[in-house]
Design a protein around this ligand. Sequence first.
Ligand code: SAM
Length: 269
Amino acid sequence: MAGYRPKKRLGQNFLIADNIIQKIIDLIEPSDSMPVIEIGAGRGALTLPLARSGARIIAVEIDNDLIGYLERLLGEYSNVSILNQDFLDLDPGSCGMEPFILAGNLPYHISSPVLDWVVKYRSFIHKACLMMQKEVADRLASRPGSRNWSPLAVFSQLYFDVELCFTVKRDSFRPPPKVTSAVVRLITRRAIDVGDPKRFERLVRTAFTQRRKLLVNNLAGGLIPDATTVRSALRDMKLEENIRAEQVSIEQFIELTRRLIPFMSDQTP
Ligand code: SAM
């Protein structure tokens, strides 16, 4: 695309490394039995090999200036539809393609809302293969006990098996992004029953409000009126009183929520 200037505000870092493109396609495993929705088709680095696989593809691209180019590139593939819109406004129920594989080299400024979208529409998704900043990928795929364990990981791993598959160097893109990237695969799995999802979410978010503080100090005073109640629940669960949120597993958060629900204030946070 001679003369086209990539737009920073749309996170336009286009993939140019053939080996990385192939690794991502191998992870997506496109086949005619499972449609693929691609986030941010750009100049078609992933869309073209996806089109060649014969799978049904919906390629979403927000930038009007790229649409003509994509239409010419993909014109011969009747299995591809190009949607010129904001991916975040896409209602997968209206595409008539469930279940589907979600794929994309994400515009990095929308990686958080895309992950919220993935959780919201999880029942439509078979798996997701997404490139994002390595820092976000590290958080998403982290495990309890790591300093990256976070609400993002807890809420994603409730519904998906999350794996950081490989990292991608800056020079695999043009223009190169400021940071290293990583490709993450999320495979839908049977959701864990959290009991009361709203209170579970409040407890987890409150538990992580100040990472350096003990769990008991984050929870007590706001969500739970007094520290003694929290300490006693931790003791009953055979957890240390000086535990921090980053050491608590999803199952332990669920159990802690169950024990603390009778004491939770309904006003905060
Ligand atoms: N898939 C191409 C590649 O790998 O070379 C492009 C990836 S580039 C990192 C991200 C693409 O997402 C850009 O083409 C950008 O215009 C597009 N984009 C940015 N925000 C978007 C949004 N909200 N919805 C859909 N596409 C978006």
